[in-house]
Design a protein around this ligand. Structure first.
Ligand code: GDP
Ligand code: PGA
Ligand code: MN
Ligand code: MN
Length: 602
């Protein structure tokens, strides 16, 4: 039996649930104004409590938005199916709305703020009739960090509320961080009728405002992630002297306990989550990889002259296909409880399945659209961009520093793309400016994470093409300027896990074996490994790259993976020029010089 005191607490909690829970007048006035516009039947103020989670989850199940999975196998886990037209980010519907077109730059869609507000307010007007507007306060970053930002997302999607709870530090904690200030990000998210014709993801960096309508997909609708942490974040970073990057952060621990932190930018669905959670092969006895973050890094020079990074998120929004106990054990362990699975297949015993999961496929299941599926079916059971949203505390290798307000000092920055040819497995840039050039000219094959043509190589500078909230030319300039603010800059590297031979086989085993590349990178940062100079940069010297215990893999294969093909590089340079031409009026001259130096070395 509950004591009268406990009983009283529960009754008090129920009484308060959903009621206004802040005394910040700016927030209250803004919420009222938005409610007047959207006209929801009800406003529900979220506080992030457990009892609130129970209530909202039950409601989502009741409405068929979530399906409760087999609680014996997957406690606290739920299943969600998107509208089939709404399964990825949509770059053609994503806008940066600055006063001038030049501020957004040639790589972003631009619209004048006034016109876009008018259009969006028109769409939002009355759109929450018969629905509830949830007020979702959240923090990007640990409580008390100078880098942490507060956002408030208003949404009429309970799936978004429950996902935000996983992906960010959600609830009262955000009001605590904000106090009476008014510098919170204003986010409005309306489902409308989930119609691609009425889908807009719009950023107003000068107002610290985001309006997203017509999509419930993570990158479009969980506003803390891509919209605030990257697009608005990069804009603020330039203004305030820090960097918002599409990077994982990991800690490498040596057998002697030495810890080295590394950040890496790969485009969406190119291996960030896997690399951040990597488990070193048996040959690397005593080495450990700790995950700080798997998608986003906010970085600022620290008082000791090094570059410090925090992961602003609190959860992982990971690609499902290909995830298994062999490829990513820590991700598998992270998704056994309190996880939302989206657009995977559902088995008759309420378990989930996806292509590349361990074990045989189910004899029969429902695919991501809800249609009957058998192993004979031609279509995929899980959507190629099906995702899990899991709390980072589930990760057995979560770095304790993930909650440290001061972040971790970064020794190396790694750029990488998905390239079947041209790009070697690994090289090190000669210096910071050369490294900026290497990042700025990154190319990668397009993946299912964004709607569009798969497999086509496109320029994706620093993996930020879809996420830079301002002119890409200024962004390169910001990278160059940052060098002056960092006394001990990280070394810069480029990797490619995806190079293939003439038979279409990967030239590098990847996944845990990437530890071998990472070890060389760490050793380079500490001045312990030798390297040979090539036109592209420094590559591992013969004795400094450890292939020990890698059965069947020969040094010849490694040198094939490392080949610099001059024919390929001529083509590569022409492709790089396309982006440079587009940016030409704002392209820092350093980038042109670096290009000329590369040409002459080649
Ligand atoms: P993210 O979206 O950048 O976080 O990428 P993920 O880590 O989720 O990986 C995306 C896809 O790339 C998945 O299908 C992975 O199985 C695959 N992948 C990740 N790392 C490697 C690797 O080292 N080698 C190969 N061949 N595939 C990889
Ligand atoms: P990803 O994140 O980088 O893990 O794929 C989602 C996205 O970028 O859309
Ligand atoms: Mn991402
Ligand atoms: Mn990821």
């Amino acid at each position: 039996l509950l004591t009268p005191n406990e009983m009283g607490n529960i009754m008090e909690a129920n009484e308060k649930m959903g009621k206004c829970n802040t005394s910040n007048r700016t927030i209250i006035a803004w919420v009222e104004e938005q409610a007047k516009l959207c006209q929801p039947d009800e406003i529900f103020w979220c506080d992030g409590s457990e009892s609130e989670k129970v209530l909202l989850t039950a409601e989502a199940v009741d409405k068929g938005i979530l399906i409760k999975l087999n609680q014996e196998k997957l406690p606290g886990c739920y299943y969600h199916r998107s509208n089939p037209n709404d399964v990825a980010r949509v770059e053609q519907c994503t806008y940066i709305c600055t006063e001038t077109r030049d501020e957004a730059g040639p790589t972003n869609n631009w619209a004048a703020p006034k016109e876009m507000y008018q259009k969006l307010l028109g769409l939002a007007r009355g759109s929450m009739h018969g629905r509830t507007m949830y007020v979702v306060p959240y923090l990007m970053g640990p409580l008390g960090s100078p880098l942490t930002k507060v956002g408030i997302e208003l949404t009429d999607s309970i799936y978004v509320v429950l996902s935000m709870r996983i992906m960010a530090r959600m609830g009262d904690v955000a009001y605590k961080h904000l106090g009476n200030r008014d510098d919170f990000n204003r986010g409005l998210h309306c489902m409308l009728d989930v119609n691609p014709e009425r889908r807009y993801i719009c950023h107003f960096p000068q107002d610290n405002t985001i309006i997203s309508v017509g999509s419930a997909y993570g990158g479009n609708a969980l506003l803390g992630k891509k919209c605030l942490a990257l697009r608005i974040g990069s804009y603020l970073g330039r203004k305030e002297g820090w960097m918002a990057e599409h990077m994982l952060i990991l800690g490498v621990e040596s057998p002697t306990g030495e810890k080295t932190y590394v950040a890496a930018a790969f485009p969406s669905a190119c291996g960030k989550t896997n690399f951040a959670m990597m488990i070193p092969p048996a040959h690397f006895k005593g080495w450990k990889i700790w995950t700080v973050g798997d998608d986003i890094a906010w970085m600022k020079p620290g008082p000791d002259g090094r570059l410090y990074a925090i992961n602003p998120e609190a959860g992982y929004f990971g690609v499902m296909p290909g995830t298994n106990y062999k490829s990513n054990l820590n991700a598998m362990k992270s998704i056994q409880k309190d996880t939302i699975y989206t657009n995977v297949a559902l088995t008759p015993d309420l378990d989930v399945w996806w292509e590349g999961k361990d074990g045989p496929p189910p004899k029969e299941c429902l695919d991501w659209r809800g249609n009957k599926w058998t192993p004979e079916s031609k279509e995929k059971a899980a959507h190629p961009n099906s995702r899990f949203a899991a709390p980072m505390i589930n990760n057995p290798m979560l770095a304790p520093e993930a909650n440290d307000p001061s972040g971790v000092p970064i020794s190396a920055i790694i750029f990488g793309g998905r390239r079947a040819d041209t790009m070697p497995l690994v090289f090190q840039a000669f210096n910071w400016i050369h490294g900026v050039y290497v990042g700025a000219t990154m190319g990668s094959e397009m993946t299912a994470a964004a709607a569009g043509t798969l497999g086509q190589v496109r320029r994706d500078p620093m993996a930020m093409l879809p996420f830079c909230g301002y002119n890409m030319g200024y962004y390169f300039h910001h990278w160059i300027i940052m060098r002056k603010l960092i006394k001990y800059p990280p070394r810069i590297f480029h990797v490619n896990w995806f190079r293939k031979d003439a038979n279409g086989e990967f030239l590098w085993p990847g996944f845990g074996e990437n530890m071998r590349v990472l070890k060389w990178i760490v050793d380079r940062c500490k001045g312990r490994a030798n390297a040979n100079e090539t036109p592209l940069g420094w590559v591992p010297g013969p004795e400094s790259f450890d292939l020990g215990g890698l059965e069947g893999y020969t040094p010849e294969k490694l040198s094939q993976a490392q080949t610099i093909n001059y024919e390929d590089w001529r083509r590569e340079l022409l492709q790089q020029d396309e982006l440079f031409m587009k940016l030409y009026s704002n392209l820092p001259k350093e980038m042109i010089f670096q290009r000329e130096l590369l040409v002459s070395r080649l």
